[in-house]
Design a protein around this ligand. Structure first.
Ligand SMILES: C[S@@+](CC[C@H](N)C(=O)[O-])C[C@H]1O[C@@H](n2cnc3c(N)ncnc32)[C@H](O)[C@@H]1O
Length: 309
């Protein structure tokens, strides 16, 4: 059967005209069409099947439900038939009731979304949200970053370095573990990150020329340094004038097992100590705050310290 004949056959029934008119406003699920039209589920499904077969209607699945909508992108005769059907449906006696019921169903749908968001207000960050993650937020924030030269000291395998390299001019990742550096190098190569360079070295005396980087990052690395003040002084040395240091570390804690479990040399740092050390190294505009607190024992808290050369 030709496409034209299929469309004509699909629209030869007043119930199908009603359905087309309802789908003009928004996509609808079978249960919603049932509620609006007061027709049985199987009848509606059969009508939708015929409309879909003729290319007048499209569907998409969302969980257990299937939503139907008009194929408004269809050009040619299909598009013309849809417009004709919408006009014709306005003359049907059921039209006023259908439109009132449609309005009610759509209003309730909107309310349900609002009820959900009202319910989770105040604990939004602790509730699962499809597609929402700190990783995605990280990528979003990266877009704001200018093309900096970054030194990531005590970089580990380069979790942060890799993320930064997607946006920064160059990232130099320094670590004193030969194995970690080899692993990081291979991973960066595999991921095609040519501007990410791993170097073996000590964060207290990083193998980076003086006054060459815009940003130094010490992420959960300073508490591994033998002499943390030396690491901060070294960071000052490799920064260009106006460059910035960012330290993410643990707030001073009394979880003694951190040494045995994670190889930590220092039990985090007090905000006041970090402030003094940064000042003594010559940094200005020092800002320190606690940016995260774990809910599980031993309730580690993360401190973020930033300053300018
Ligand atoms: C806890 S990991 C942090 C890794 C990474 N910065 C992050 O935030 O995911 C600490 C890293 O510092 C490295 N490290 C420890 N002492 C160091 C030192 N003196 N110089 C350079 N790297 C060091 C370790 O090899 C390890 O990879």
């Amino acid at each position: 059967m030709s496409a034209t004949l299929k469309s004509l056959r699909a629209l030869s029934d007043p119930t199908r005209l009603r359905i087309v008119a309802l789908l003009e406003r928004d996509e609808l699920a079978v249960a919603e069409l049932q509620e609006i039209t007061r027709l049985g589920q199987s009848r509606i499904s059969t009508h939708l099947g015929l409309l879909q077969d003729a290319g007048l209607v499209q569907s998409r699945r969302e969980g257990k439900r299937t939503f139907y909508k008009l194929n408004l992108q269809a050009g040619g005769s299909v598009g013309e038939f849809i417009q004709l059907a919408i006009r014709g449906a306005k003359e049907l006696p059921e039209q006023p009731h259908d439109q009132i019921n449609l309005k009610r169903v759509l209003a309730r749908r909107k309310e349900q979304a609002q009820v959900y968001f009202n319910q989770i207000a105040g604990r939004f960050d602790r509730v699962y949200g499809p597609g929402r993650s700190w990783q995605a937020f990280g990528h979003l924030l990266l877009r704001i970053l200018p093309p900096l030269v970054v030194a990531d000291l005590g970089a580990g395998e380069g979790l942060l370095s890799e993320l930064l390299a997607r946006r920064c001019k160059k990232v130099i990742a320094v670590d004193n573990s030969e194995k970690i550096v080899e692993f990081g190098k291979a991973k960066a190569k595999k991921n095609g990150l040519k501007n990410l360079e791993f170097r073996l070295g000590n964060l207290q005396n990083p193998p980076i020329e003086a006054s060459t980087v815009d940003l130094v990052i010490l992420s959960q690395a300073l508490h591994h340094a033998e002499v943390p003040t030396e690491a901060i002084t070294a960071a000052h040395k490799i920064l260009k004038p106006g460059g910035q240091i960012l330290i993410l570390d643990l707030l001073k804690h009394n979880f003694e097992k951190a040494h045995e479990l994670y190889g930590d040399r220092w039990p985090g740092f007090a905000e006041s100590d970090l402030h003094r050390w940064l000042e003594a190294a010559g940094f200005k505009k020092i800002e320190i705050s606690i940016v995260a607190a774990e809910e599980q024992p031993p309730h580690f808290q993360t401190i973020l310290a930033g300053a300018k050369k």
